[in-house]
Ligand binder design. Structure first.
Ligand code: PLP
Length: 305
């Protein structure tokens, strides 16, 4: 594992005069790096400290969290179960194939039950079948996850002093909350929302423990919603990969970097700033995206190197 995660300077990202750094959380570990490691760290410690038999968690069929948890549990020898959204498992899905290979037991649940989460009888019945389970919510977000993600900003501020602006993507909120909690008063955190019509301000407010509003959720770069993309975004990812030899996933980090470029060009972020963007990983999402694209006749694929 590579900790602290490296910070890489990115040159010529924009015509505006800025200093840009990418905190490469994706390099912490090839399978359970990124924000996933930060969110899992204290949860896995709690598992080991308690009298648990297995860990149960939840995710969509292409979930980065499912992929990372399966791999980390394998690494730490923890039996684990993945409750997967959707009434059937696709036997060709690369994310699920890998999770299963790591030893995760996969259980599909209907979308309706998945939406109700712990209130669903279907889910309660699954949990009842696994006594003494450590329950890790969807996306791995809970108080221990936020304790872990706070270390991203603390580490960053030790590595690069005087960062003015930090950017992070958001899904369930655990990553952004920790990053905000760990930020200094004079730093501003832009949280790039990759979902449509989601009221994340309230969710984030309950997870954020500091009493200051030096953060803002930016809603303009979702590209149609969660896991949605278009040719412009895919071309942006491929160009970024070619320019910097860094992969961006199509769900989170690509939208964050696209947002940053646009916010610089449109003056929403002024030049002269020292900016850090958090590369939260999710690289397995590229394989998942390309798998889905290959089902179409004229696929627009994300290049890997
Ligand atoms: C690569 C990546 N970045 C960012 C996020 C968002 O993190 P959070 O769910 O903690 O908001 C996720 C998913 O959870 C992710 O997989």
């Amino acid at each position: 594992m590579q900790l602290p995660s490296p910070v890489q300077q990115i040159s010529n990202f924009s015509d505006q005069h800025i200093s840009l750094y990418l905190k490469r959380e994706d390099l912490i570990h090839p399978e359970f790096g990124g924000n996933k490691w930060r969110k899992l760290k204290y949860n896995l410690e709690a598992f080991k400290a308690g009298n648990y038999k297995q860990l149960i968690t939840f995710g969509g069929p292409f979930s980065n969290h499912i992929a990372a948890t399966a791999s980390a549990c394998r690494h730490y020898n923890i039996p684990c179960v993945g409750v997967i959204r959707g009434s059937a498992l696709d036997s060709q899905n690369p994310t699920l194939i890998k999770a299963k290979a790591h030893g995760m037991a996969l259980i599909p649940v209907s979308r309706e039950a998945y939406k109700l989460k712990m209130d669903a009888q279907e889910i309660q019945a699954i949990i009842a079948g696994y006594p003494n389970s450590y329950i890790l919510p969807e996306g791995g977000t809970n108080a221990l996850a936020v304790k872990g993600t706070q270390e991203i900003t603390e580490e960053l501020n030790n590595q690069i002093p005087d960062i003015d602006i930090i950017l992070t993507p958001i899904g369930t909120g655990g990553t952004a909350a920790g990053i905000i909690n760990g930020a200094k008063e004079n730093q501003f955190v832009y949280v790039i929302n990759s979902m449509k019509n989601i009221e994340l301000e309230n969710i984030l407010s309950t997870l954020v423990k500091v009493d200051r509003m030096n953060w803002q959720i930016v809603h303009d770069y979702h590209f149609g919603g969660f896991a949605k993309s278009n040719a412009e975004l895919i071309e942006f990812i491929n160009a970024f990969t070619e320019d910097y030899s860094i992969s961006l996933d199509p769900v989170y980090t690509s939208k964050m970097m696209y947002a940053l470029r646009d916010m610089l060009e449109t003056g929403q972020i002024n030049s002269g700033q020292k900016i850090a963007a958090i590369h939260t990983g999710g690289i397995q999402g590229i394989t998942a995206y390309n798998y889905m694209q290959l089902k179409y006749k004229d696929p627009l694929l994300i290049k890997t190197f």
